[in-house]
Ligand binder design. Structure first.
Ligand SMILES: [Zn+2]
Length: 324
């Protein structure tokens, strides 16, 4: 997860607890550098959020994550001795088989076909769900956030790269772990991509690409997309061009999704949403121009903030307890 929105101060209208008493669940978000964790109460509120370095792989990639997760469970039990922790929701990047709880592949973290849910279940004796980090963030937006009450939704996280969670008829599309790779779908004007293709959306439409292209074209290094939006607003033609190219590419991809899926809402999260209306207003206009008789989606800023993944992980762990 690369979202850098401010965290929500409180969850909007949580759903009522569903028959699991006051049991807590442990949510763990494995990132490339950080491992975030928290307990979550039956209403979905996060308690005792902690952040540690992602443990380095020792031997079999994935095993150190299981060991660290089991140690975290023991630490939280020590810190909250009167509470019962009843399930674990683990999320990670890469290709994820959520049905079988398997990490198919992570380029950054090194595992291939590692059975996270099974290994952590054996290590802790608790029910464990294993899910994709952006998918889980999408689940949180659907349940509590910007897409609450909607069924046909794409949640796009636009940060260093671009990834998505696609919902049809209220259900997230899994595609065996391969769905939602919006950043690696080709668009006109796209550039060479680290995945080996040319033309991927994230080479031109991501916050990372905006900063990188501005630096290349202007010769002036900028730390992020925020500075490029500021330059464009001040009349810098290079900044304007880079932002326009990004918006054109994002609008192309969104219109394609809408035409294929009948999407009613596109929720945009991640670092790029810091630009606010400077991003959303022109993007809305271009998406509208790219559609005719189609469904016309609303474009919404994500609401769940930087802990969206953790909240989604907790939701999935809770679902294990609520399952018959
Ligand atoms: Zn690519």
């Amino acid at each position: 997860m690369t979202t850098i929105d401010p965290p929500p101060t409180s969850l909007p209208t949580p759903e009522p607890a569903t028959g699991t008493g006051q049991d807590l669940v442990l949510a763990i978000d494995v990132g490339g550098t950080d491992l975030k964790s928290a307990l979550a109460d039956p209403a979905g509120a996060l308690i005792d959020i902690r952040r540690t370095a992602t443990p380095a792989s020792s031997g079999v990639p994935g095993e150190s994550i299981v060991e660290r997760s089991a140690a975290l469970l023991a630490e939280y039990r020590g810190a909250w001795p009167t509470k019962n922790i009843a399930a674990i929701g683990l999320i990670a990047p890469g290709l994820v088989d959520e049905v079988n709880g398997v990490g198919i592949y992570s380029a950054n973290l090194g595992w291939r076909d590692f059975p996270f849910a099974d290994r952590l279940r054996r290590a802790t004796g608790l029910p464990v769900s294993y899910a994709h980090d952006v998918g889980a963030a999408g689940d949180a937006e659907m349940r509590f956030g910007a897409a609450r009450g909607l069924g046909d939704v794409v949640v796009m996280i636009v940060g260093t790269g671009i990834a998505g969670a696609v919902f049809c008829d209220g259900k997230r599309v899994l595609g065996g772990g391969y769905a939602g790779e919006l950043g690696h779908a080709q668009v006109p004007g796209g550039l060479d991509c680290t995945c080996g293709l040319r033309g991927c959306l994230e080479t031109i439409g991501s916050a990372g690409a905006i900063a990188r292209r501005y630096t290349e074209l202007s010769g002036q290094a900028v730390p992020g997309a925020r500075e490029v939006f500021a330059a464009a607003a001040a009349g810098d033609p290079v900044g304007r061009r880079v932002i326009d190219d990004a918006i054109t590419a994002l609008a192309f991809s969104i219109a394609q999704l809408v035409a294929i899926l009948g999407t009613e809402a596109v929720v945009i999260g991640g670092g790029l949403t810091q630009a606010g209306d400077a991003l959303l207003d022109p993007l809305r206009l271009q998406v509208k121009q790219n559609l005719s008789f189609h469904r016309h989606p609303v474009l919404l800023a994500a609401q769940m903030g930087q802990d969206a993944g953790l909240i989604g992980a907790a939701l999935r762990a809770r679902d294990l307890l609520d399952a018959p």
